[in-house]
Design a protein around this ligand. Sequence first.
Ligand code: C5P
Length: 398
Amino acid sequence: MTLKGKRILLGITGGIAAYKVAVLARALGKAGCDVRVAMTEAAMRFVTPVTLQALTGQTVWTDLWDPRIADNMSHIELSRDRDLILVAPASADFLAKMALGLADDLLSTLVLARRCGLMVAPAMNVEMWDNPATQRNLRTLREDGIAFAGPAAGDQACGETGMGRMLEPELILAEVEAWFQPKVLAGKRVLVTAGPTEEAIDPVRVITNSSSGKMGYAVARAAHEAGASVTLISGPVALATPQGVARVNVRSARQMFNEVKAAVEGSDIFIGVAAVADWRIQKPADKKIKKINDRLPVLKFEENPDILAWVAARKNAPFCVGFAAESEKVAANARAKRAKKGVPLIVANLVQEALGADDNAITLFEARSSKVLGRGPKIELARKLVAHVAGMIEKAKR
Ligand code: C5P
């Protein structure tokens, strides 16, 4: 599910991060959302309603007593047709008001009178964030079921460093997308492997598979969005950890195997997306191998453990999903791999098309059927895969 057609009320409160919300408003619009903006008095000190009006193409609302709403019920009407209220930045003061249920201006009244979901993207100075009063308010808001996007830690506009930076607009957008995903894996524990593994030849040289890790990271993110608690065991990649996912870094296949062994107990689902090296060097040199005239090194290999097959063969194995990156005969190879690994589901794609790209085209192979998921961004395919897995688990229960 994308954000197309989603109706958002974007509430802006007074904080310097408000200048970034212009970018957020634009990004939400580009993603297909209908964005209506309400601003507090203080917000207008940082960014003008005209800016937001130009970016969203809609009237920007600032006044509880706005006479343009016929029955003067703006505090109710402006949020009635919304799917989500997103307050960004949410100042310490505004969070405190929400925690107490105060309603003394348009935005706080809209929040209190809402029927839709509410997400906040806090932004404040680190001392304000750490203050026990704020921490108390955050606990209250979490108990009230309010969703949080951030904050992050880092440099602050005031010159200090610490928690309280508003999440960057693209990350807030990702949180909004996540919020809208159906929670088909609520309460489930999911273990994902991703990326390549590296097998040492000597202290500086390795053999590896080319794998960007993008598909595995998309799967981890999609599982988290679906409500699962996710552990991601990752080979070396240049990707940011998806929000809310616990990541364990490894280099070699054997390290990956050990981390999987340590984490698999209690997992409901195992999804092996990693491009695990099939072989490792028998005896890696402990010093860098010197280049000596015409003498070429000879490497002797031994086999790595098949992590997926090991997990699938366990007693009380989690629901196992394997990936098959094939360079030819995708269907035949995927079917054979499914049987050999003893897993209920194999996700297959042509490697030439997927390596390193943001898009992929995949087909799902079960024992007696297959389903083409088609082409699309990896995150969208990952969401479809997660929905399919949830469906298979449901069916198996019946
Ligand atoms: O490499 P292969 O084509 O056999 O990979 C198929 C599936 O098995 C993938 O899901 C991969 O993550 C997993 N695998 C594994 N351990 C290996 C090799 C592959 O978990 N040593």
